[in-house]
Design a protein around this ligand. Structure first.
Ligand SMILES: Cc1cc2nc3c(=O)[nH]c(=O)nc-3n(C[C@H](O)[C@H](O)[C@H](O)COP(=O)(O)OP(=O)(O)OC[C@H]3O[C@@H](n4cnc5c(N)ncnc54)[C@H](O)[C@@H]3O)c2cc1C
Length: 369
């Protein structure tokens, strides 16, 4: 088989890249070993706030800004073009602090949100926070409320992008990529468990599995899997009107009527099995934020793995020493938020050799030495 671009990986990074390339009339093949959105892109939480848990987007910032804009555009077009509701909802975020140090930290992070991104945000007392959601834990010492945070269903988003890409001519191939086809320093396609694909350009969007390409490329690809688990709870009472968060824990009522809450950060290799230990930990955290969930029951527990680089930022762009091959991964805790930006930037690099946003800081070269 012959195509313009072959993309390895049917998660949000690969599928968003296929969407933007095929929108430009480029012939694309996506190769996926398990199924579209079968891993983190199908089982993430779906918050698409600009900031990571540190309260600052760091070197992902230009891609995060681009991606925020693209998400807003996709909200309008994807449902019309595919019939899939991606459950895009905007609501406030209520961040709780249970001691003075936590309160000082969330107020500091608030300045990024408010002063740099221009998103309305304010520090409030616990009593004021309870006006938004009376069921929060009144032992909190204070809170920050920020407006306009968006949440969506990551599985539906990834599947909608895939369906749109398919209708634009993208071909989806269910097979495992086993290596690269090389002509000196030029990458001319991939080998599969069952055949091969010749392509003008190759995109590696394999999430945490991108590290498997080290042998193919002969260089270090420092990406590790970081496991995360989520509970989808049946909780009595009305939906929570805000996304409630505390440190790296969060809870929000979703369109399926369940309260989604998580998550964990576990170094467990490529293991994606839910565990009782994580279930107990998440239950403890959500009860601390929202004590009324004491009587909630688990409708579903999910586990999946995030692709994480040593500095937690993306690896995006060409692979040094090789031609016509690109890395598109490292989304870590923000891969759904960053997905459309990853896809657009990779499309621009393939089509024009450059991108409208500065991605030099995101080059894999930063880990040399
Ligand atoms: C619990 C949890 C909650 C999260 N919540 C959020 C959130 O609220 N907001 C947010 O923005 N992000 C969130 N994330 C992060 C986000 O889910 C990930 O960063 C993102 O999904 C990564 O997408 P990806 O396409 O890079 O990788 P993946 O989704 O892992 O896709 C990679 C694909 O490549 C395929 N593949 C690998 N090797 C091969 C091969 N050799 N041949 C063919 N196919 C191959 C895999 O099968 C897989 O389908 C969360 C993650 C977790 C774990």
């Amino acid at each position: 088989m012959k195509t313009d671009v072959v993309i390895v990986g049917g998660g949000i990074a690969g599928v968003a890249t296929a969407y933007y390339l095929s929108l430009e009339g480029i012939k694309v093949a996506v190769v996926e070993k398990d199924g579209i959105a079968m891993h983190a892109s199908g089982y993430a939480y779906g918050g698409i706030g600009h900031l990571g848990k540190t309260g600052s987007p760091g070197i992902n910032d230009p891609v995060a800004r681009l991606s925020s804009q693209l998400h807003a555009d996709l909200k309008g077009t994807l449902e019309v073009n595919t019939g899939i509701d991606i459950e895009y909802r905007t609501k406030p975020v209520l961040t709780l602090a249970f001691d003075d140090a936590e309160y000082a930290l969330i107020k500091k992070q608030m300045t990024w949100t408010r002063d740099v991104l221009g998103i309305p945000a304010e520090a409030v007392t616990t009593a004021e926070a309870a006006e938004l959601e009376p069921r929060i834990n009144h032992e909190a010492v204070g809170a920050v409320i920020s407006q306009g945070n968006t949440n969506l269903n990551p599985q539906r988003l990834t599947l909608a992008l895939a369906r749109a890409a398919e209708s634009q001519g993208t071909e989806f191939i269910y097979d495992c990529v086993t290596g690269l086809i090389k002509d000196r320093t030029n990458i001319t396609g991939v080998t599969l468990a069952n055949g091969s694909i010749s392509a003008g350009s190759t995109v590696l969007a394999m999430g945490p599995w991108t590290s498997n390409t080290e042998n193919w490329l002969g260089s270090k690809i420092p990406i590790i899997p970081l496991k995360g688990q989520i509970l989808r709870l049946r909780a009595h009472g009305s939906p929570v009107p805000a996304s409630v968060s505390w440190g790296s824990e969060y809870a929000t009522s979703k369109a399926d009527g369940l309260l989604w809450t998580g998550s964990t950060e576990e170094k467990a290799g490529f293991d994606e099995l839910p565990t009782e230990h994580a279930r107990n930990h998440i239950f403890q955290s959500v009860r601390r934020m929202l004590p009324y969930t004491k009587s909630a029951t688990v409708a579903m527990q999910t586990a999946c793995i995030r692709p994480v680089t040593p500095d937690g930022a993306l690896v995006l762009g060409p692979v040094p020493k090789w031609e016509n091959i690109y890395l598109a991964t490292g989304g870590a805790r923000q891969g759904i938020m960053l997905g459309p930006g990853i896809g657009r930037v990779t499309t621009d690099l393939i089509m024009h050799g450059s991108s409208t946003v500065d991605i030099n800081p995101l080059s894999i070269r930063r880990f040399d030495g």
